[in-house]
Ligand binder design. Structure first.
Ligand code: NAD
Length: 299
């Protein structure tokens, strides 16, 4: 089985590496040429564009930032669709719009090919350790064919539903929880600190109780270490909550906490922190707190 991998960033690089280690012949492309070198050194075949990846591969995986990036990777003149022949499988593992996904899948299927949406959770740590959670939407038969490939990159692989877009729906739900929880941890640690307690000790104590979470442990630790290296960029978190807001509008849903968290990630962007880790919401909260005088009034 020949596999193509498009998008070799923080996540794609280690994910593609696991496919090489599993013995697959791997064809790679990234618009940033330098991103390909590490995988080429490990034995991957470098392609000049995404069309060439599709021509050389049976399964083509995309792992790019946002919906317009997937659209460009698939449907530009030198894109995947231009290099497909019937029977090939396209797997988008990026986190993008569920609605746009349905349209992308229809266009790929019209070429006699198959499509899965398979976004992931677990971050660079999960990608490096082949421990990702993978949420898949699409036909069972196609899922069964790609399952060994998913298992080389992830620990928990779930077919969410047979409709394309179902995987992306699950990922948006995941990001509602992650986005709100990162914001909640930032608020709690700032509160503890401003109220005069040691936030390191508070975090340790809370980790033994009902408020514990992976986010309190990992993200909370990074906040207290003042380590805002991405990780997961604030602009990607903002993008994901934007998808939640768009879906809520389409469905006529009221999601007040997701909406408030979305605004906080908008604020990271407004403060020039969009390329930093999403834990930067803490610094946005701090900047607001620093604008208060000791009697609590705005300076
Ligand atoms: P990234 O920006 O580090 O990597 C994306 C790569 O795609 C870049 O190297 C970029 O040059 C390349 N690219 C963009 N457009 C392209 C195109 N048309 N053709 C070829 N290459 C193209 O992003 P990332 O952190 O690896 O995230 C990728 C996706 O995974 C995003 O949708 C993100 O939301 C999702 N995700 C990220 C994390 C995380 O913690 N970083 C966790 C889960 C899911």
């Amino acid at each position: 089985m020949k596999i193509g991998f498009i998008g070799l960033g923080l996540m794609g690089q280690p994910m593609a590496g696991h496919l090489l280690k599993a013995g697959y012949e791997l064809h790679v492309h990234d618009v940033v040429a330098a991103s390909k070198q590490a995988l080429v050194d490990l034995g991957a075949v470098e392609c000049i564009d995404n069309k060439a990846v599709a021509e050389a591969s049976d399964i083509i995986i995309t792992m790019v930032p946002d919906t317009p990036d997937v659209q460009a990777a698939l449907f530009s003149d030198d894109g995947v669709a231009a290099g497909l022949s019937p029977g090939k499988i396209v797997v988008d593992m990026s986190s993008i719009s569920p609605t746009a996904t349905t349209g992308f899948a229809e266009r790929i299927e019209a070429l006699g090919c198959f499509y899965l949406d398979a976004p992931v959770s677990g971050g660079p740590f999960g990608a490096i350790n082949a421990a990702l959670t993978i949420m898949v939407g699409g036909p069972q038969e196609t899922f069964d064919k790609v399952l060994p490939v998913f298992e080389a990159m992830g620990k928990t692989v779930t077919l969410i539903g047979n409709r394309n877009g179902d995987g992306q729906v699950a990922k948006v739900a995941n990001q509602i929880i992650v986005g709100i929880t990162v914001e909640a941890v930032a608020e709690a640690l700032l509160f503890a600190s401003k109220a005069g307690a040691d936030p390191q000790i508070v975090r340790q104590a809370l980790m033994g109780g009902a408020a514990n979470s992976i986010i309190l442990e990992n993200h909370g630790g990074r906040m207290l270490d003042r380590n805002f290296e991405p990780g997961f960029r604030a602009e990607l978190q903002q993008k994901d909550l934007n998808l939640a807001m768009q879906s809520a509008r389409e469905l006529g849903l009221f999601l007040p906490a997701a909406s408030a968290a979305h605004d906080m990630y908008n604020a990271t962007r407004a403060n020039g922190m969009d390329k930093d880790d999403h834990t930067s919401v803490l610094r946005v909260l701090e900047s607001m707190a620093n604008h208060q005088t000791s009697d609590g009034k705005k300076s």
